[in-house]
Design a protein around this ligand. Structure first.
Ligand code: HEM
Length: 507
């Protein structure tokens, strides 16, 4: 028997060894060929910096997208910088960004997360921050099927209708009570959007909740702070060890404490919310929402993964859509002729009826307002960093394995070679008949390729419906002094101060 096994091993082993040798020979030849090929391709130009810290000091004002776009004017659309010990390749044009996101995706599909994002995403457990792998494919399918895909969005239609009605009603109440006082757009819109994201994620809005681990009852505003505002701020926390990985053994206690506190509070609140809804589900009261879908359809997720996915749906639905809608209302408030043009278009199509979602495809100027706002005020100005896990080629340059890749969406959307007077907010630029009015990807704002934004349809429908109804029902004018107030804040491109507008019912 042993002889038989040995014999089999020899007969099978002989060809296997020969095959292994041939494979090794070809692999070595292939690697040498690749090396020779890349040796003949130039590296991207480098932005000069200082020894050890590289270009870090030049990036200290926390608006890297603007600095990157300025450097592109000198160094071209592809260049490299040094962030401490790391090499980062920055891409600033549509062509090269698309090459990275589509053609070269297989070489740069991993995420490079900062220490802050590693903690806040429980080490890549959410769709948007995970690497391209089986987990990613499964959870992306879940969020599209239950919440963000076009069929799911049709099922969630009712939440959007209720939200838009409630927003216009609140503005009407405010203006009736104090006709000459400015309204705070963000206060009303953000709270309603948070309500919608909760209904889609867990089935119901929340008034308050008792959080056992914190031993206290939290109000809705406090829940919003813990689930949305704090993590957004935490995501841009800088840990100097990100730039000097060889020093990662040195503790950075104040950073760790701040992030850990944020993490634990969010975890405690999410656990309390999920526990309450698990009781609801167990009692047979099922609702069409992400949580109920995950409970019934997915038995492979851990509790922690489920918690992170539900939180992701809440935070992503609550932020960027509010950012772009606020910027659109700011631009319309300061451009009365464009506001009148939009109002006229809506009147021509809807008459005296309220605008409805089925009319959106017949309102090209409204769509142009939305896309022009996405272009000029890209809510996500830089795509979450990617990482080249093997040598690659981009824009005719050699990108060595190990480089971080920053796709500067803001830079692409402000590229003078593509856009006339990119600093101007001019929706008319999208009315040249070159693109379908319902095309979601007129700009690079939603990214592209396999990792294109999964919530683009939801963002477009909510934002266009809100802009349309608010212009149909009120005349918007900036409060005096508001004009220059257009700086930005945080991870997403949020207006520094909330928009204050004087509104007048149109009747
Ligand atoms: C105007 C609003 C929005 C903008 C500008 C925006 C932009 C982006 C960008 C730039 C990406 C990264 C693409 C990449 O890595 O290549 C992304 C990914 C993603 N977004 Fe959005 N987003 C918006 C709204 C939303 C909403 C409302 C949701 C709802 C939950 C959402 C969910 C996601 C998800 C799940 C991903 C990850 C997709 C993947 O990796 O496959 N986004 N978004």
């Amino acid at each position: 028997m042993e002889a038989l096994q040995l014999g089999t091993a020899i007969t099978v082993g002989g060809p296997a060894v020969a095959l292994g040798g041939i494979t090794l020979f070809f692999l070595k030849t292939y690697i040498n060929d690749q090396k020779r090929r890349y040796a003949s391709i130039p590296l991207p130009p480098e932005v000069p910096g200082l020894p050890v810290i590289g270009n870090l000091l030049q990036l200290k004002e926390k608006k890297p997208h603007k600095t990157f776009a300025k450097w592109a004017e000198t160094y071209g659309p592809v260049y490299s910088i040094k962030t401490g010990a790391n090499t980062m390749v920055v891409l600033n044009s549509n062509d090269v960004a698309k090459e990275a996101m589509v053609t070269r995706y297989s070489s740069i599909s991993s995420r490079k997360l900062s220490n802050a994002l590693k903690i806040l995403t429980s080490d890549k457990s959410i769709v948007a921050m995970s690497d391209y792998n089986e987990y990613y494919k499964t959870v992306k399918r879940h969020i599209l099927t239950s919440t963000l895909g076009s069929n799911a969005q049709k099922r969630h239609h009712i939440h959007r209708d209720i939200m838009i009605d409630s927003i216009t009603k609140q503005f009407r109440t405010l203006v009736e009570a104090h006709p000459s006082e400015a309204v705070n757009f963000r206060k009303v819109f953000q709270s309603e959007l948070f309500g919608l994201s909760l209904k889609q994620a867990i089935g119901k809005d929340i008034g308050s909740i008792y959080v056992e681990e914190l031993g206290t009852v939290l109000s809705r505003d406090e829940i919003f702070e813990i689930l949305v505002i704090d993590p957004m701020e935490g995501a841009i926390e800088v840990d100097w060890r990100d730039f000097f990985p060889y020093l990662k053994w040195i503790p950075n206690r104040s950073f760790e404490k701040r992030l850990q506190q944020m993490y634990s509070r969010r975890e405690a609140v999410m656990k309390a919310i999920i526990k309450a809804h698990m009781k609801r589900i167990a009692s047979g009261d099922e609702i069409n929402c992400y949580l109920d879908y995950l409970v019934s359809e997915s038995n492979t997720l851990t509790e922690q993964q489920m918690l992170m996915l539900i939180w992701e749906a809440i935070i992503e639905s609550s932020d960027t859509t509010a950012v772009v809608t606020e910027w659109a209302m700011y631009e319309l408030s300061r451009n009365p002729e464009k506001q009148n043009r939009l109002c006229q278009e809506i009147q021509n199509i809807c008459g005296f009826d309220k605008i409805t979602e089925d009319k959106l495809c017949r309102l090209p100027y409204l769509s142009a307002v939305f896309h022009e706002t996405l272009r000029k005020h890209s809510p996500v100005p830089i795509v979450p960093l990617r990482y080249a896990h093997e040598d690659a080629q981009l824009g005719g340059y050699h990108i060595p394995a190990g480089s971080e890749i920053a796709i500067n969406i803001y830079g692409c959307n402000m590229d003078k070679k593509i856009w006339d007077c990119p600093e101007e907010w001019n929706p008319e630029r999208f009315l040249d008949g070159k693109s379908d009015s319902m095309d979601l990807h007129k700009t690079m704002a939603f990214g592209g390729g396999k990792r294109v934004c999964a919530g683009a349809l939801q963002a477009m429908v909510i934002s266009c419906m809100a802009i349309g109804r608010l212009v149909q029902e009120f005349k918007w004018k900036l409060k005096d002094g508001e004009k220059e107030n257009a700086d930005t804040l945080g991870l997403t491109n949020t207006k520094l101060h909330p928009l204050l507008s004087i509104i007048e019912p149109r009747n």
